[in-house]
Design a protein around this ligand. Structure first.
Ligand code: PGA
Length: 259
């Protein structure tokens, strides 16, 4: 995972604070990885972001399989006085390939763009792939939500070299679509995808911007994933609710094949 894999699509399941016990998590991981790997096209990567406490046990299940294990957050620094935080070094020791950073459920608890950026730097320095979430809380008729998104992008990529930037993954997750069953149209998704590309081009260059994968997240299901993939110009998905169901998740992984 150290280099960019722009030509590969990526589907990440975000288990959030689920399931409620390690035993259930192990069963789920066995099912999810077996089915997703069977469903996956050769150029689709699969990742699962699990509760931190389960990482070490679940790593035993994913070992040797092409399923990337991920965390749902990571602290910027090394060891120190940060009650409740988990450092990148700790995550690395337990086989964490990627970390979701700046999820809206964390931003809603007060995490700022500056704090998200700090975490991203720490994760990159540890050679863990940051999957950074951006997205507006609501859409307005005047297009101000584009400003929100460009501000988030600029904060996150500030001080990140072009080489490092190509290792990052951006997850566009409009907050109003998360867990609601409501999604943007595929046209809206492709417009936003282009906007993200342009914003990254301004900061770096076209070649670099093209190598930064952009996922869509927010009420992705086995029913809407195919059309989003065909028409939305995205590189894959960040999936919440549907990632807890092995059959549905596998269908989303299948849908992420690029023709
Ligand atoms: P959802 O969550 O798929 O349940 O809407 C997406 C996310 O929060 O990453």
């Amino acid at each position: 995972m150290a280099t960019h894999k722009k030509n590969e699509t990526l589907v990440i399941g975000n288990w959030k604070m689920n399931p409620g016990s390690l035993a259930t998590a192990k069963t789920l991981m066995k099912e999810v990885s077996a089915r997703a790997l069977r469903a996956r096209a050769p150029k689709t990567e699969v990742g699962i972001a699990v509760p931190t406490l389960y990482l070490s046990e679940l790593a035993k299940i994913t070992k040797g399989k092409q399923v990337l294990l991920g965390a749902q957050n990571a602290a910027a620094g090394g060891v120190g006085a940060q009650t409740g935080e988990v450092s990148v070094g700790m995550l690395k020791e337990f086989h964490t390939a990627f970390a979701i950073i700046g999820h809206s459920e964390r931003r809603a608890r007060g995490e700022t763009d500056a704090q998200v950026a700090e975490r991203v730097h720490g994760v990159l320095a540890a050679n863990i792939i940051p999957v950074v979430c951006i997205g507006e809380t609501a859409r307005d008729g005047d297009g101000h939500f584009y400003t929100t998104v460009s501000e988030q992008i600029n904060a996150i990529f500030e001080g990140v070299s072009a080489r490092k930037a190509t290792q990052m993954v951006v997850a566009y997750e409009p907050v109003w679509a998360i867990g609601t069953g409501v999604t943007p149209t595929v046209y809206d998704i492709s417009e936003m995808r282009l906007f993200i590309q342009k914003t990254l081009e301004k900061r770096y260059d076209a070649g670099t911007a093209r190598k930064i994968r952009v996922l869509y997240g927010g009420s992705v299901t086995d029913e809407n994933a195919g059309e989003m993939m065909r028409e939305g110009m995205i590189d894959g998905f960040l999936v919440g609710g549907a990632s807890l169901d092995a059959t549905r998740f596998a269908a989303i992984v299948r849908a992420a094949a690029r023709d």
